[in-house]
Design a binder for this molecule. Sequence first.
Ligand SMILES: Nc1nc2c(ncn2[C@@H]2O[C@H](COP(=O)(O)OP(=O)(O)OP(=O)(O)O)[C@@H](O)[C@H]2O)c(=O)[nH]1
Ligand SMILES: [Mg+2]
Length: 309
Amino acid sequence: MRGPVGSQPRGEVAVSTGSVLEKVTDEMTIKDHPGGAPSADGFGSAAGRPVRQGIKVLVVVPTYNESENVAELIRLILSQPVEIAVLIVDDNSPDGTADIVEEMAGGDDRVHLMRRAGKMGLGSAYRDGFKYAMDKTEADVVFQMDADFSHDPRSIPEFLEVLEKNDLVLGSRYLKGVTVVNWPLSRLFLSYGANLYTRLITGLSFKDSTGGYKCFRREVLEALDWSRIRSDGYSFQIETTFMALRKGFRIREIPILFVDRRVGVSKMNRRIVFEAVFLVWRLGFSRWLHARPVERDPVPLTPRAREAR
Ligand SMILES: Nc1nc2c(ncn2[C@@H]2O[C@H](COP(=O)(O)OP(=O)(O)OP(=O)(O)O)[C@@H](O)[C@H]2O)c(=O)[nH]1
Ligand SMILES: [Mg+2]
């Protein structure tokens, strides 16, 4: 059953809120939570900034050994001028990432923590995080984001703006040239090549379908058949976008500046790359078997607009 985020039992997951769009429209108002205090339902917003009223945003961040990044990242997410909360999905990181988050969650019910028993992979962390978002929170919009500052939380308002007329927004490193900073050339070739390969085999038109900075409307997560999405790593990103398109959701890319991790250890490995090589063929075959559905108009994002329909 859907319930307020702030009412979850401690030690399982924790979240916080605070959101904003830069453009002030008549649907926005100024909220004056000093210091971004949470509201009663565990979603709160930054002080003195315009807030899109009634839209709750949950940011799901999987972590494994991100103790050097996680606290600062959470603070930056929660300072965004929107009604926002964060869910950290940690796989029993040996460096104590979850303990840092738990302490923050103790003082702020916008911070949620999901502790899992051991390293089970990125895709599985997202599956559990999205399930939590759907079952245990009232989030209207769910973001996914890496913990290593490769994805800038300050882009959240821009994603939300584009989500107004779309169902899923993808942060793209290759939409306006190449907006990747500090990657070795070999890594860039691998990523760019993987995207070309994905476009060719699956028919997806996006410039960057392997990226991990994405923003879903709740309806998209609810419509996907999670029992069929079993992949990890890059494959998970490709597969969720492919499945959303198959359901007729409207998807757009926006350019993001992607910066290589500042600190911490990479979890990239060969298995993740090989998994993607095979997955795109599976999706490619399924495309030939099923006709592409017609893209449908997204429902209005704000609850008020939805009621008016
Ligand atoms: N819960 C969980 N999180 C993971 C796992 N593997 C990676 N992550 C997290 O997923 C995000 C992306 O992983 P990264 O290691 O940054 O992968 P990457 O961006 O492809 O590679 P680098 O930036 O070079 O490290 C980070 O927040 C990681 O901490 C996992 O098995 N479980
Ligand atoms: Mg990274």
